[in-house]
Ligand binder design. Structure first.
Ligand SMILES: Nc1ncnc2c1ncn2[C@@H]1O[C@H](COP(=O)(O)OP(=O)(O)OP(=O)(O)O)[C@@H](O)[C@H]1O
Ligand SMILES: [Zn+2]
Ligand SMILES: [Zn+2]
Length: 802
């Protein structure tokens, strides 16, 4: 008896364990752990992952599984282990994690077929099954008791291939190719037999006398200016044949990549890369923090570290934040490593993602460049994992399983005994603190590649502009500087911050922002109740009418959109050609790339955009960077708002003067004295680090304390509040005295989709039982969750506090 232990696709706390199913005899040799199967579950059939195959079960009367969905495991042993670990760490269901590790499309069902690839004789037993056909359905193979291990052997030899045909239209793209179907001398005979009136047929036959390799039908038609009808006539005469070939959708197929060679490394690059090379050679699972200023040449270090890994026949994973996964970035990897690179990011269609994943799964590539989920690339011989811009919050998934790619990377590094490199110009406080303690190996690159100084930053106090009667969104200096650049035919990047749009309240006279007296967090304006609230504790006051600091009545909440800025630019500088890049102008596929290309070709003077343009761009003609409204981010109700502002300003400033031309940065703000802005303008990372660490210690925030955020929501406000209150009480009772429990507090956005949201925050040092307690709490509310529309979300080490 063979038994499969299966995690079924039913996300509840009561089904979050394996169920045993009998493996029917015909599947016995086929089912392996890491494959997906279809199993009966109650009245339904559901998908499931095989976690283990065993020869016994504690239960009698097992139901047999229905179907095997994969021929080779889609999750490796390692990924199964990591999946279990993630589920436990994030208190999520196993099924959620396993599915998060795979491309979306694999949730659908697909058909499998086996195809003979070569003229080489395959094993006799298989030949009989194929009976002269090139392709057969896998279902038939199973029905006729095909020898599975023999099949796998031929797959390994490259004689046979397994095709996955997904039923959705998206997945497989085929092209029709035309090839000769007869020996050349027979074609020649046919040519002579063809009447002179059939000139078109003759031309095609002549072509195939010289050319025996298949050619795409479309291409044949253009090259010989012939027609499908003519080709069909020859196919009917059995002289030619049509072949359908699966082609990968290559999102970059229209792009020619010029091959780049590795550059001779600068002194600081050499110093940084040596320990990384050593860790690769010695198979050490060391974690490096590469702290290098913008333009210091971090990417070249990544490239040459990867080169070393590929030389050893191993694989590399590179994570880049979604927003920085620009065509420019992709190009740098593709032009160095060519078709060995797969790219995974969210702009790809589901089908494209599946294709890229398939290349990895089949080991057709050995480098993956991708956003967060690329950390699950099913490689089995990883030599290095690189996380660029490691401070980016998008590396944490904001729905269950709420994993952090950095933590998964370290886990995979452990497993493969390979180094993990975290790179950034502005490492996250937590990371830099770990590096200082020696937990990570710190590598510093303090100088720019072009040996230039960092571009000088001018801070413009927008309150002064107001006094001077300038009520526009551009300061006089910025306007002047823009005009000068346009005259000199240099280019400008204008950055507008959109995050935190109009949630905080600020005095335009003195720049004062209302804060919570207990939490040092900007108060959030709640429009419905016209109140200011702290969403960490329960402090709240009525919306103020005048500034508490200076009594001015110019108090208001904040926000401007890119469109408004574009209109204003047109008004003040009519001669400027502007490219606007935001969610609206980049919605269409490929538009992101086109806009950047246009800017790169100097078809515009100004690139205006949001977060999207803050990172990764490397244009040599950009000499001025302007930051329009930095304050919105600074006052987000988030203890990381200073850090995020510092990081953002540093990144944006880094876009200027990266090559020969010197750069300049102008930051407009209402709070010029704020230390994030001051220190960013002087590129003082170290000093910022020390100052911010002190604040964190004082207010008991990370990295001194860990946080857990529990969000409760329900259509009934009272219910949401009551449940949160009970959860707070339970945590208070079961956690140690060292833990601080804050709440119940209304979430910053109290109502979404008619659901009320409350939260509870835990600050702690060490609570080993915490996850177990939270699981129990969730089980306690099982009925409410499944029948009564309650949700309880738990986020360990949250990045978003909304
Ligand atoms: N060894 C080298 N020799 C010559 N040029 C180099 C070398 N290393 C990097 N460069 C060039 O220097 C510029 C900056 O390097 P790169 O973009 O890698 O820096 P970075 O640290 O990744 O920057 P950022 O963090 O701002 O994205 C690029 O144009 C790059 O091609
Ligand atoms: Zn004021
Ligand atoms: Zn508070």
């Amino acid at each position: 008896m063979r038994v499969a232990k299966v995690i079924v696709d039913v996300s509840t706390s009561q089904t979050n364990h394996t169920f045993d199913y009998l493996i029917p005899e015909s599947w016995e040799n086929i089912v392996q752990k890491g494959m997906r199967v279809s199993v009966p579950f109650g009245p339904r059939k559901v998908m499931g992952f095989v976690l283990e195959v065993s020869d016994h079960s504690e239960f009698d009367k097992l139901k047999p599984l229905d179907e095997v969905m994969d021929l080779t495991p889609v999750l490796t042993e390692e990924l199964l282990q990591i999946g279990k670990w993630i589920s436990e760490q994030t208190v999520s269901f196993y099924i959620q994690t396993f599915q998060a590790m795979l491309p979306q499309i694999l949730k659908a069902k697909y058909k499998k077929e086996i195809e003979v690839l070569t003229d080489v004789e395959i094993a006799e037993e298989l030949q009989q099954l194929f009976a002269g056909r090139a392709v057969m359905d896998f279902e038939e193979f199973v029905e006729r008791n095909g020898n599975y291990s023999l099949l796998l052997k031929e797959v390994k030899n490259g004689h046979v291939q397994i095709n996955y045909i997904v039923k959705s239209k998206e997945t497989n793209k085929t092209k029709v190719f035309i090839a000769p179907n007869k020996e050349p001398y027979l074609l020649e005979e046919a040519l002579e037999d063809t009447s002179n009136r059939a000139k078109k047929q003759k031309r095609i036959l002549e072509y195939f006398l010289e050319q025996t390799t298949p050619i795409e039908q479309k291409q044949l038609i253009t090259e010989l200016s012939t027609t499908t009808a003519t080709i069909n006539q020859l196919v009917e005469r059995n002289l030619l044949k049509k072949i359908e070939k699966k082609v990968y959708r290559d999102p970059f197929q229209d792009t020619d990549f010029e091959r780049s060679k590795s550059l001779p490394l600068s002194g600081q690059q050499q110093t940084a890369i040596k320990p990384i090379w050593q860790a690769i050679e010695e198979k050490q699972d060391e974690v490096f923090l590469l702290h290098g200023v913008t333009g210091s040449g971090k990417t070249e270090v990544y490239l040459q570290a990867i080169e070393r890994v590929l030389d050893k026949g191993m694989e590399a994973i590179v994570l880049v934040p979604e927003i920085a996964l620009t065509p420019q970035m992709v190009q740098r990897f593709k032009s160095r490593f060519g078709s060995q690179v797969a790219v995974l990011h969210s702009a790809l269609s589901a089908g494209e993602k599946f294709d890229e994943w398939t290349k990895i799964h089949k080991k057709e590539v050995n480098v993956v460049v991708g956003a967060r989920s690329a950390i699950f690339a099913p490689f089995e011989n990883i030599g290095i994992i690189i996380i660029d811009e490691e401070h980016e919050t998008s590396y944490k998934q904001d729905e269950q399983p709420r994993y952090h790619a950095r933590e998964v990377a370290k886990k995979r590094g452990n497993y493969h005994h390979c180094p993990v490199v975290l790179g950034s110009a502005t490492p996250m406080l937590e990371s830099y603190a770990r590096a200082k303690k020696g937990v990570y190996h710190l590598l510093e690159m303090p100088d720019r590649m072009n040996e230039g100084e960092m571009p000088p930053v001018e801070i413009v106090d927008m309150r002064d502009e107001l006094y001077a009667g300038n009520r526009t969104m551009f300061s006089r200096n910025l306007l002047e500087a823009i005009k000068t650049r346009i005259e000199k035919k240099e280019q400008i990047v204008l950055f507008l911050n959109r995050r935190g749009y109009s949630t905080f309240v600020m005095c335009r006279e003195c720049g004062d922002v209302m804060k919570c007296p207990a939490c040092d967090i900007a108060l959030t304006y709640h429009k419905s109740s016209h109140q200011l609230k702290c969403h960490y504790c329960d402090y709240q006051i009525a919306m103020v009418k005048e500034c508490q600091a200076c009594n001015s009545k110019t108090i208001r909440y904040f926000g401007t959109g890119t469109q408004k800025v574009e209109e204003a630019l047109r008004e003040h500088i009519p001669e400027a050609k502007v490219i606007r890049m935001d969610v609206d102008t980049t919605r269409r596929k490929g538009s992101h790339k086109k806009l950047l290309e246009k800017f790169g070709n100097k078809e515009a003077n100004i690139l205006l955009g949001t977060q999207m343009i803050a990172k990764g761009l490397d244009f040599e003609n950009v000499t001025l960077v302007g930051v329009l409204a930095v304050d919105a981010m600074l006052h987000l109700p988030d203890f990381r708002s200073s850090e995020k502002t510092f990081q953002l300003l540093t990144q944006v400033s880094g876009r200027a003067g990266r090559h020969k031309l010197p750069g300049e940065v102008i930051i407009q703000t209402y709070t010029p004295e704020h230390y994030s802005i001051q220190l960013a303008s002087q590129y003082h990372y170290q000093q910022f680090f020390h100052q911010e660490m002190q604040t964190r210690r004082g207010f008991r925030y990370p990295p001194y304390y860990f946080l857990t955020l529990i969000n409760v929501s329900h259509p009934n406000q009272l219910k949401a509040q009551e449940v949160t209150k009970t959860i707070c009480k339970l945590l208070f009772k079961h956690l140690s005295d060292e833990a601080t429990i804050l709440g119940p507090t209304p979430s910053p956005i109290v109502r979404i989709n008619n659901r009320y949201r409350y939260q509870c925050m835990v600050k702690y040092k060490d609570e080993p039982n915490q996850r177990e307690i939270i699981r129990k709490i969730q089980e306690h509310y099982y009925d409410d969750i499944h029948r009564n529309d309650l949700t309880i979300q738990v986020d360990f080490e949250p990045y978003s506090l909304m």
